[in-house]
Design a protein around this ligand. Structure first.
Ligand code: ADP
Ligand code: MG
Length: 601
């Protein structure tokens, strides 16, 4: 009997969708890029529940014919390239013809579209690759595409989505990457009926300021100098922050031929140009746009990748570094010359806006609660000590977890028999001797798992679950290096993985606690965390691996729990050496004291 058969298109598309559409943000990116490829001058984005319920993009681009509206959802259907040769002279954002096919495989899609030359438009509705209907309709010129209930037929993916807050942040990040290179197109971004961004058409500077010039981000173009260099192989222009306006958390953006890219090597070039000009851990913010002949770059690596290969990276490194240096040099020679502000709002910033709200708190590192009277006489404990720590940076020191007033308020024997309630899908409530105890369930679970993972790492005995289908993790070179350093620990915790190619690992098994989740995002999260928080010793790595894994494996907020599950969680929590706060100082357990309760009556 022959056993090989071709997969139906709908299945093939779902598999492809796993690559292209990983979360609402990737879907949004594809839709907005399509609008821009269609020459839109105005693009509206409407989102509901961080894209879980609805992602809608309305453009005034050239629309599609009746036939094209149907074809657009087929795999490898594209109007942008015809032959392989075209791949090397790409000027559009899309070209693979995969996005719409992938999106309609994992969502309910409704699209109306009309070309200027057509009198009537077309409406097409597709659910999970099945065409529900296609009919003429009246609609304005352009395309209006509504993607509802993303991953409705892929529960694992849907379950894997992060909180709305995180997914919304991802959506916005993706949106920034695009709007920063299309300043002449006007954009709006609406989330749950609230307008989050209203970006009129303008110059690059005006766009940067419209996106980031709010008090939260503090990016005002008056804090920047222009860079501008034209050479035979590349033109570079953009804006780099004046050294005295650098901050700890920087906005760093590279674009090439109208596309956002990450490029650790070029980042190094910029950092080198600033060397000696920035104080300790300050970082330069920059928005740098490269223009280069399309044949000299390769954007074809992966549909969701933002890494781009250049033919001549070392030369460009030199040009970039010189260009930034020159701009900064010019600037420091003539600091009083105000550069062209292009009509942007000129809001002066304090010299060092990091220092504006630095709290005046001193921590005594020699403080030992066990030698103070406070531990023995809890009443003498300083009141409201927690507030002392608010607003302090989270890294660099460990919070004392057993201060007076932090004494254990839950005993195992009480938890074994007391009633338990869940509130708002997020908190567990239980009575105790001194009042009502409130527990943040997700943080509690993270703390428990973290401790578990750290222990398993130390003992080298993580429980592993074999994957039915091995997954492949592809990484850029610098992350491959980082991963190889973490590898012994990752194996110790239960990842069964082997290097496949110079740029990828195959993953056959995952820590049992990750259950049915895809290991790829978890591993990427671990790498990002280690990189972002900077870990140097094995101990720090282990803590970060444990923390990232715990965050991935922990129950999401909003999950309703049975009484048994709650009791199990609380019992495991109280067995931790210190359970009232997370490792980074967030409250897990809080007490609504008798006194506070009585005061209310
Ligand atoms: P790609 O963008 O790689 O060509 P897509 O699946 O994203 O593939 O889109 C398929 C085709 O559908 C595009 O090539 C384009 O012809 C058409 N299309 C998609 N979105 C739009 C839009 N907003 N306006 C006009 N045409 C569109
Ligand atoms: Mg596309």
């Amino acid at each position: 009997m022959d056993i090989i058969h071709l997969l139906p298109d709908s299945v093939a598309n779902q598999i492809a969708a796993g690559e292209v559409i990983q979360r609402p943000a990737s879907c949004l990116k594809e839709l907005v890029e399509n609008s821009l490829d269609a020459g839109a001058t105005r693009v509206q984005v409407l989102v509901r529940d961080a894209g879980r319920t609805l992602l809608q993009v309305i453009d005034d681009g050239f629309g599609m014919s009746e036939m094209d509206a149907r074809l657009a959802f087929e795999r490898h259907a594209t109007s942008k390239i015809r032959e392989a040769q075209d791949l090397f002279s790409l000027r559009t954002m899309g070209f693979r013809g995969e996005a719409l096919a992938s999106i309609c495989a994992v969502a309910q899609v409704e699209m109306t579209t009309r070309r200027a030359e057509d009198e009537t438009g077309t409406l097409i509705e597709i659910h999970g690759s099945d065409v529900i209907r296609q009919e003429p309709c009246s609609c304005p010129v352009g395309t209006n595409i509504k993607v509802s209930n993303l991953f409705f037929n892929v529960p694992v993916r849907r379950k894997f989505l992060k909180t709305d807050q995180t997914e919304l942040r991802n959506l916005l990040t993706e949106f920034y990457h695009i709007v920063l290179v299309y300043p002449k197109v006007s954009f709006t971004f609406v989330h749950n009926d609230e307008i989050l961004l209203e970006l009129p058409a303008g110059t690059e500077k005006q766009r940067i300021e419209a996106v980031f010039g709010n008090p939260k981000r503090n990016v005002y173009t008056s804090a920047f100098v222009d860079i501008n260099t034209e050479t035979e192989i590349v033109s570079i222009h953009g804006f780099v922050v004046k050294p005295e306006n650098a901050t700890r958390k920087a906005e760093q953006y590279f674009f090439v031929n109208g596309r956002f890219m990450r490029h650790p090597y070029f980042l190094k070039a910029v950092q080198t140009a600033y060397s000696g000009m920035l104080t300790n851990d300050y970082q330069p913010s920059f928005f740098i746009y490269f223009d280069i002949a399309p044949e000299a770059i390769d954007v074809n690596i992966h549909p969701t990748k933002t890494e781009i290969k250049f033919a001549d990276e070392q030369t460009i490194f030199q040009i970039l570094m010189a260009s930034v240096r020159e701009a900064l040099g010019k600037f420091s020679l003539a600091p009083t010359i105000d550069f062209d502000t292009n009509g942007s709002i000129d809001i002066p910033l304090p010299q060092d806006h990091q220092s504006v709200q630095r709290p005046q708190v001193a921590i005594d590192p020699n403080y030992n609660p066990f030698h103070s009277r406070g531990a023995i006489y809890p009443d003498k404990a300083p009141k409201n000590w927690e507030s002392l720590y608010e607003g302090l940076p989270k890294t660099g020191y460990t919070l004392p977890t057993d201060l007076p007033g932090e004494q254990r308020i839950l005993r195992t024997e009480d938890v074994e028999s007391c009633p338990l309630w869940q509130y708002d899908g997020r908190y567990i409530l239980l009575p105790s001797a001194n009042g009502i105890v409130l527990i943040h369930q997700r943080r509690a679970h993270i703390a428990i798992l973290r401790a578990q993972f750290i222990e398993q790492l130390g003992l080298d005995q993580g429980a592993m679950q074999q994957l039915l289908f091995p997954e492949v993790l592809e990484l850029p070179q610098d992350e491959m290096v980082l991963l190889s350093q973490l590898l012994p620990d990752l194996r110790a915790i239960g990842f069964d993985m082997e290097q496949l190619t110079p740029n990828s690992y195959s993953i056959q098994g995952i820590p049992a606690q990750l259950a049915n989740q895809s290991p790829i995002p978890t591993l990427q999260h671990i790498l990002a965390q280690v990189r972002e928080r900077g870990a140097n010793t094995q101990l720090e790595w282990r803590e970060q691996i444990a923390q990232s894994l715990a965050e991935s494996a922990a129950i999401p907020s909003g999950k309703s729990l049975s009484e048994e599950e709650m009791r199990d969680l609380v019992l495991r929590l109280v067995q931790l050496p210190s359970y009232r706060r997370t490792a980074d100082g967030k409250v897990i357990v809080s007490l609504l004291s008798d006194e506070e309760i009585n005061k209310r009556f």
